[in-house]
Every structure is written in structure tokens, then in C-alpha cells.
Design a protein around this ligand. Structure first.
Ligand code: FES
Ligand code: FES
Length: 889
């Protein structure tokens, strides 16, 4: 041990400390200053742990406390509080730079170190100062703007009051700060790993190194004797089904007889400290008998392939779509593109690991205790039911902590089953804070698609038919895999009218990591093929890609690929809106390329009509007039960062004509909310917001009937103060016809056309995205910053998907090997917003969260082709593929 004196947030303190202890642990574990976060496994990759030491931004996970004698340390908690925030914290809130908030304290501290030294930094200087901190949500644009605004505040050019919207002014269409933003800016929003549970023990898990094997034996004797061990848990200790059933019961909490992918959980250790638990987990010996490994859907479909699940075929789902005679139409088409495309397995990459806390809460005398699970779910009621079945325990409650991004990954649960099972088995509170590598093992991935594609057009350039045969690698467990197949079909024709369609999607079990939802979930893969083929076909016909897209736009009264006829289709207007930008970009690219040299500039388009509210969807929200005249909104509506809290509060305050401070959200616990479906599929504003509007209208009708303007008057009139609002999709049938793929579909669309401007180094294959311009119509905008934030984060994620990101099982273990997009790779972005009210929209609004992700990848690869003639058909477009396509490798 060594003695060290530090000044932390202005207070001089002495510590007698292990020489190996790092500053992050001292802050988080000893001092409960949990504003500094950990995402990467202390490898210096995420920067989420950044604090200020002696006026410099440092990564506290890399700083040994003993090396800091006499240092002055400032954490985000030392800057300001929600009641008295620092100007930089205010700037982040007012700029809309905070989504999930997991990176926010680090960004704020790096901004402070910069602004203290350089009060008026350039964009390049801001990027340099923040370069070590990752953000998955924002695309970095608003973070840069926040630092600029903070500089203006600090230079006294402007005050927060001059920027802050009038809380008594209009509620809709205004950048009212998210209610949670100030908590995140001040480091007091509690994410799962920040929650202190007295007496909690730490869990570590043994993961399979084998992709497919029988478990012969698990030897725990050595591990059991190690220091601090409370116990070891295997499948036999789980009392329920031990299967987490989202759709089918195929995924064990802990594997019993067989492991089916690298990373499958096999055993768990509970110990007094995390180090002890991890050490004991490493000492557990598992004997495996290897089984044949199915590495691809092709292998899974082979006649002699081993069946991965004894009760289900490897071909676990297939769905055709047939409208008209596509074969005949293609045969008669003047122009046909026929080729194949593929997209990679990818990680959704929320910055926060899959952390979870669980404990037994004592009830009244004689009552069974409640098992409480606190995690990152976006569908707490469904996940609670899954846990009850898997663990064989009814009396449970799920609570959503603040969540560091999710992007579809939490459509299913991971660490919750393990932490909950351990809390039950050992009767001890449990913290399970898996490492990043472990979180990647545990969590589902974006499904890879292999697509054979044909697209035809007549002499006038009108589309005639589309044929697609696609195979989806489901990985080891089903989860939401079927939805990837049918969602791709629901949105197959994108923005266009295509008279004949013939498609077949097949989902195949393999021994790869299991897939679930990932932003867009199915359409990003299929739309990459469609939009690439649209450009290839335009090239064949000799038409401009924008013109070609616009003459093929669907029109109201025409059907989508599912046969569902649309009422509204404001896509052509977006095409016209982007046209001047397109002409400008093409001219600039021509001028640039005229200069010659190895770097070529190109312009590419991608479009989509992304479906919102799938057939069969419904949502419920309860609203209740509070005695003080405010309104409480009860809905299990998760907000992992997209801004659902703002959406509820702004709409409710608008409809009730109340200050926003009088709206009370109750959203995070299964005990206090109604189920309202997942915070996924971009459905929250349209469906859940719509259900809230219905509830408010019922309440207002009751108040009008009773001639009541207050809670007391409503009560006195004998009327209830609580009303359940609902919104149901018009199509009660949940799915398309299993033999034709025709029938119901999404009832609303968000329309987008996106333009990427890229520079390709034709000698190295490197691609730089210079700018992405997005024209979007999601109906009337409730909060412009939130809309822009979704666009910017989606574009950044889409560029990563297009150019670099890939999850390779067994190789991708951290943010470097994942190739996480950084502030250095972020590009300029511009948005063109149109606001066509939707017939059944929430105040006319529809959803937007996933849409930009869908159009970015094809816009980028089409721009690469436009720049240099390299047609990349297999994502990601890494330099080697660009060069190979140019015939240079
Ligand atoms: S936890 Fe320190 S850089 Fe990632
Ligand atoms: S806001 Fe930056 S990671 Fe979510």
C-alpha cells in the first residue's frame, strides 16, 4: 500500500492505496463519483472515463493513483449540479448533444480542459481535444456545436437564458431540453453499473470457446476453494425452463448439454469482488466434445448438415413474396440488373456494457420476496415474462436504469437472466458488470444477409419487376430473427412502385453469434441491395440516378410490394428538395475530378420509405390527473437515448396546456406501468405517443363533460382521474400471408432521400465521406434537436456500416477491432426537413429513429462508384474491397 494525497473536486483527501489501483476505481468504487464511465476494458479506447487531472483531460482508467501525488482532480460532479450547472454542462443540454448520455461526462470534461486553455477553439481543435472519446448516438455534430456554444457562454457573448426556449411558450416544434439531459450532464443519472446495492456480490461468467460442442463435464473444485468465492452456478441450479423465450424457447440462461456459438454462457461464479469472481471463472474447467460447426447458412442448409437444435430444423423460417409475374416481366424488360449483394454481421455497439443488478426485496411477513432486476431492457414487461419462465419465479419486478444506447440490441435480454438467476440461487444481491468483450459475446448481432437480386426496367426507365432470393444467417438462437426476414419484405419496394415482385427470404440457424434487432432490422440489408441495383440500372439505361428514382416513385393509390395501397407518399417532394444540393455536389465533384490525381470525388444517393407501426401493433398508455393539476403519464416506454421523454412531455404539455414541469413520467418499472411494446421499430412517437394522445383526449372529454377544470372538480363530479389511451394499427392481422407475402404492412412511412459526397483514394482504397445531406419527411416535428440528433447518429452509424464496422466472431473483442467510428471519421451533415402531416400520425408525426441508417450505406457505396467506378456489393467497403473492385489487388 502507498499513501497519496489528492485534491478531488476541491477537497484535499488522503488515500492509503494499492499501487495498482487506477483513478477510475478510486472515483467510482471508493468515492461513488460515478460520472466517469467505463466502456472499453480499460484499454484507453473509449475515453468514457475521462476526468481532469492537473488541468489536462486524462483517461482515468489508465492513471494509477500512486502516480498522482498532490494532483488536482476534477470530475463532472465537481463542475456543477442539476440545480447549479456549469456553463459547459448547460451548453451540452441546450445544444441537444446528449442522447443516451453515457459519453457525456467525458465529453464535458474534455471540453472543459480545452476551453480552459483555449476559449475560442476551431472545429479542428475541438475534434483534436475530443478525439479519444467515443459516442455512438450523436454522430458527434451536436457535441462539437455544444463545445462551440460553451465557448460563447464562457466568453460572455451570450447567456444560457438567451438560448433556452421559453418554457411557457409553444411546446411543439421547439428545442425544449430533454428532462434527463441535465442529470446526464452532471453525472448523476444512474446507469446499471452506477447503482449501489448494499452487500452486492459480483458475478463472472464462463463462456464457451467452442462454436458447437457437447458439454461433457464442468469441474469447479479448484474454483470453489479460491478466495472470496460465494458459489458457482450451472444450468442445474436454475429452477425454471432455463430458456429465455422471446419467440421460441431455444436460448438457455446457462447451457446445459450443448454450446452453440463462441461465447455461450456455461457457468457463473459469485464472489465478493469482481477480481475474485473473474479469477475463479478462469479456474473452472469445462470438458467439451466438439460437434460439427455450421459456419454459414449454406452449410446449415446442406442435406447432411447436423441439426443445431434437436426440435427445430436449421431452416427455421422462410417467407416468400409473390405479386404479379416477375419472371415474365423480367424476361420482357429492356434493362435488367442481375447480381448478388451481401451485408456483414455487425455489432450495434452501444457504449455501455451489458450491465445488470439484481436482488431480492423482502416483502411483508410470510410473503415471498420480490426478485428485482435492474437492467437495460427496452421492453420491460415482455422481458419480465421471459425471466419469470426461465428462472421459475413469479414474483419479480424489472426496472429500467438509464441506458447507454441500445440500437436494437436490447430487443432481447442477456445479462438479466444470469444476474437474476444468481440472485435467486445464492440469495445475495448481485452485480453483473461484464467486460466489453464479454458484452459482445452475450449480446445479439445484426444479421448478415446474402442476396441474389434482379431488377428490371422498360425502355422509358420505369421499373418492371424485382426478384430477390436472400438467406439470413440467424446464428445460434432465433430471438427476433423472423422479423428480419419479413420486415425486409414489408419494405422491399422501398420508395418505388414495382409492378411485379418475386422474393424468398430464408432464415438459417448456424453456429455463429445469434442475431436480433439492430437499427432498421432487416431493411438496411435489403435496401442496400435495392438502392445499389437502382444505381446500376440507371447506369445501364443512361439515366441520371435522381431522375430514375423520381420517375419510379410510388404514388398514393398504388401498392407497395406487399400489395398494401398507400394513402400518402411525399417522396417526390423530397427529391425536388434535394435536387439543388445534388446539382451543387455533382458540379463540385466534376470540378474536383478535373484536377486529376488519385483522389476522386463522387456523389451517391440512397432512398427509403421506412415503415412505422407494423400490422398488428398496438400500444397502451395511462394518464392520470394529479391533485396539483399536473398530469402523470404511465407507460413502459424505455428511453435509451432517443428522446422519448421529451416527446411525451412536450405533447402532453401542449395538449393539456400545462407547463412541462407539471408532466410527470412514470416509465421505468413493471410495477407501475402498462406494457406498451418495445422502444424499437421507430414506433414510440407514432404508436406510444398516439396512445398517450388518446388517453389525454379521454381525460379532457371527461373534464369537459363534468365542466371540471381541476382535479377536485373532476373528483367531485364522480369521474375517474385516470384514463387508458390506446392506439392500434388499422390492420389487426399481424403478418403477411405465409404463401404470398401479401397483405397487411406498416401503416405509416418516414420518407428519406440521402446524398453522400465521398472522396476515394484510388491508390489505397481509402474512402472519406465528406458530407451527407438528408432530406426527410417524418411529419410535424415535435423537437427539432431530437429529430436532427437521430439523423446525425443514424448517418454516422450508417457510414460505419458502409465502410468499416464488422463483427467477426472470435476476433472482434473491443472498439479498435470493431473499428468504432470516431470524431475524426465524422462528416459534415446537412438536413432538409419536410413536415407532411400523416393521416394517423401523433399530432401528424410519424417515427424517424432508424431511417437514416437504412439509406446511408447505399448512398455511400453509390458515391464510391460515382467517384471511381468501383461497385462494392459486399459490405463493408473496406479499402481492400475498393481496390479489388478497381482491379488493383
Ligand atoms: S474505460 Fe478508460 S478509455 Fe475506456
Ligand atoms: S450520447 Fe454519446 S454514447 Fe450516447
Amino acid at each position: 500500500m502507498k499513501k497519496v494525497r489528492l485534491t478531488i473536486n476541491g477537497r484535499s483527501q488522503q488515500f492509503i492505496i494499492d499501487p495498482k489501483r487506477v483513478l477510475l476505481d478510486l472515483l467510482r468504487e471508493d468515492l461513488q463519483l460515478t460520472g466517469a464511465k467505463q466502456s472499453c476494458d480499460r484499454k484507453g479506447q473509449c475515453g468514457a472515463c475521462t476526468v481532469i487531472v492537473n488541468n489536462k483531460a486524462v483517461r482515468s482508467c489508465l492513471s494509477k493513483v500512486v502516480d498522482l501525488e498532490g494532483a488536482e482532480v476534477i470530475t463532472v460532479e465537481g463542475l456543477g449540479t442539476p440545480q447549479n450547472p456549469h456553463l459547459i454542462q448547460e451548453a451540452f443540454v441546450l445544444s441537444g448533444a446528449i442522447q443516451c448520455g453515457f459519453c457525456t461526462p467525458a465529453m464535458i470534461m474534455a471540453a472543459k480542459a480545452l476551453l480552459d486553455e483555449n476559449p475560442n477553439p476551431s472545429v479542428e481543435e475541438i475534434k483534436a481535444a475530443l478525439r479519444r472519446i467515443l459516442c455512438r448516438c450523436t454522430g458527434y455534430k451536436k457535441i462539437i456545436e455544444a463545445v462551440q456554444l460553451a465557448g460563447r457562454f464562457l466568453r460572455k457573448e451570450i447567456t444560457p437564458d438567451q438560448v433556452r426556449p421559453n418554457p411557457n411558450g409553444p411546446k411543439i416544434g421547439v428545442n425544449h431540453p430533454r428532462p434527463s439531459a441535465i442529470l446526464k450532464a452532471c453525472g448523476v443519472a444512474e446507469f446499471s453499473a452506477d447503482i449501489k446495492v448494499e452487500g452486492a456480490a459480483e458475478l463472472a461468467v464462463v463462456h464457451s470457446p467452442q462454436a458447437h460442442a457437447r458439454i461433457r463435464s464442468i469441474h469447479t473444485a479448484t474454483a470453489e476453494k479460491m478466495p472470496g468465492i460465494i458459489g458457482i452456478m450451472t444450468a442445474k441450479d436454475i429452477k425454471g425452463t432455463n430458456r429465455l423465450k422471446l419467440v421460441v424457447a431455444d436460448r438457455p440462461v446457462l447451457c446445459d448439454t450443448t454450446v452453440r456459438y463462441i461465447g455461450d454462457p456455461v457457468a457463473a461464479v459469485l464472489a465478493e469482488t469482481r477480481e475474485q469472481a473473474v479469477a475463479a471463472a478462469q479456474a473452472i474447467e469445462v470438458a467439451y466434445e466438439p460437434l460439427p460447426v455450421i459456419k454459414s447458412p449454406t452449410e446449415g442448409l446442406a442435406k447432411d448438415a447436423i441439426q443445431i437444435h434437436s426440435d427445430q430444423p436449421n431452416l427455421c423460417y422462410s417467407q416468400p413474396q409473390i405479386r404479379g409475374d416477375a419472371e415474365a416481366a423480367l424476361a420482357q424488360s429492356a434493362f435488367v440488373v442481375e447480381t448478388d449483394f451481401s451485408t456483414q454481421m455487425n455489432h450495434q455497439a452501444p457504449l455501455e456494457p451489458e450491465a445488470c443488478v439484481s436482488y431480492l426485496e423482502e416483502g411483508d411477513e410470510g410473503e415471498e420476496p420480490t426478485l428485482v432486476v435492474i437492467g437495460r431492457s427496452i421492453n420491460i414487461h415482455v422481458h419480465l415474462g421471459m425471466l419469470q419462465g426461465a428462472l421459475g419465479y413469479e414474483n419479480m419486478r424489472y426496472e429500467e436504469a438509464y441506458t447507454g444506447g441500445q440500437f436494437g440490441i436490447k430487443i432481447d435480454i442477456t445479462s438479466e437472466g444470469l444476474a437474476g438467476a444468481a440472485a435467486l440461487h445464492f440469495r445475495r444481491p448481485v452485480r453483473y458488470i461484464p467486460s466489453l468483450t464479454e458484452s459482445m459475446y452475450l449480446s445479439p448481432k445484426r444479421h448478415p444477409f446474402e442476396m441474389k437480386f434482379r431488377l428490371g426496367a422498360d425502355r422509358q426507365g420505369k421499373l418492371t419487376a424485382l426478384a430477390m432470393d436472400y438467406v439470413v444467417d440467424n446464428g445460434a438462437y432465433l430471438s427476433a430473427g423472423r422479423a428480419m426476414v419479413f420486415r425486409a419484405l414489408y419494405m422491399l419496394s422501398g420508395s418505388y412502385y414495382i409492378p411485379a415482385v418475386k422474393a424468398l427470404g430464408r432464415l438459417v440457424y448456424t453456429n455463429n453469434p445469434w442475431g436480433a434487432a439492430a437499427r432498421g432490422a432487416g431493411p438496411p440489408q435489403a435496401n442496400f441491395a435495392l438502392e445499389s441495383a437502382m444505381d446500376m440500372l440507371a447506369e445501364k439505361i443512361g439515366m441520371d440516378p435522381l431522375e430514375f428514382r423520381l420517375i419510379n416513385s410510388l404514388k398514393p393509390g398504388q401498392p407497395k410490394s406487399t400489395g398494401r395501397v398507400v394513402e400518402q407518399w411525399p417522396f417526390p417532394e423530397l427529391g425536388e428538395a434535394i435536387r439543388p444540393h445534388y446539382n451543387r455536389a455533382k458540379k463540385e465533384a466534376e470540378d474536383f475530378n478535373r484536377k486529376g490525381g488519385p483522389i476522386r470525388r463522387g456523389v451517391g444517393l440512397g432512398t427509403h420509405a421506412f415503415g412505422i407501426s407494423m400490422s398488428g401493433d398496438s400500444a397502451n398508455v395511462a394518464v392520470e390527473l394529479d391533485p396539483d393539476g399536473g398530469l402523470a403519464v404511465f407507460a413502459a416506454a424505455a428511453d435509451p437515448g432517443e428522446g422519448n421523454d421529451s416527446m411525451f412531455i412536450q405533447i402532453a404539455a401542449h395538449l393539456m396546456d400545462l407547463p412541462m414541469s407539471k408532466i410527470r413520467l412514470v416509465t421505468r418499472s413493471t410495477d407501475r406501468t402498462t406494457a406498451t411494446g418495445p422502444a424499437a421499430g421507430s414506433r414510440m412517437t407514432y404508436m406510444v405517443g398516439g396512445a398517450m394522445v388518446d388517453g389525454i383526449q379521454k381525460l379532457k372529454s371527461a373534464m369537459a363533460e363534468a365542466r371540471a377544470t381541476t382535479y377536485d372538480q373532476l373528483k367531485a363530479a364522480g369521474k375517474p382521474t385516470r384514463y387508458m389511451g390506446t392506439k392500434k394499427n388499422q390492420d389487426a392481422a399481424a403478418i403477411i400471408d405465409p404463401t404470398t407475402g401479401l397483405g397487411p404492412s406498416f401503416e405509416s412511412q418516414v420518407h428519406s432521400i440521402q446524398m453522400a459526397e465521398v472522396e476515394v483514394n484510388t491508390q489505397t482504397g481509402d474512402v472519406k465521406v465528406v458530407k451527407v445531406t438528408t432530406a426527410v419527411d417524418a411529419g410535424p416535428v415535435i423537437n427539432p434537436q431530437n429529430l436532427e440528433g437521430q439523423l446525425e447518429g443514424g448517418v454516422d452509424m450508417g457510414i460505419g456500416y458502409a465502410l468499416r464496422e464488422e463483427y467477426v466472431a472470435g476476433q472482434t473483442k473491443d472498439w479498435i477491432s470493431f473499428r468504432f467510428p470516431t470524431i475524426a471519421t465524422a462528416c459534415e451533415m446537412e438536413h432538409i426537413i419536410r413536415e407532411t402531416p400523416r393521416v394517423r400520425g401523433t399530432l401528424g408525426a410519424t417515427g424517424v429513429g432508424e431511417m437514416t441508417m437504412v439509406t446511408t450505406a447505399p448512398a455511400v457505396t453509390n458515391a464510391i462508384f460515382n467517384a471511381c467506378g468501383a461497385r462494392v456489393r459486399h459490405l463493408p467497403a473496406i479499402p481492400a474491397k475498393v481496390l479489388a473492385t478497381l482491379g488493383k489487388s
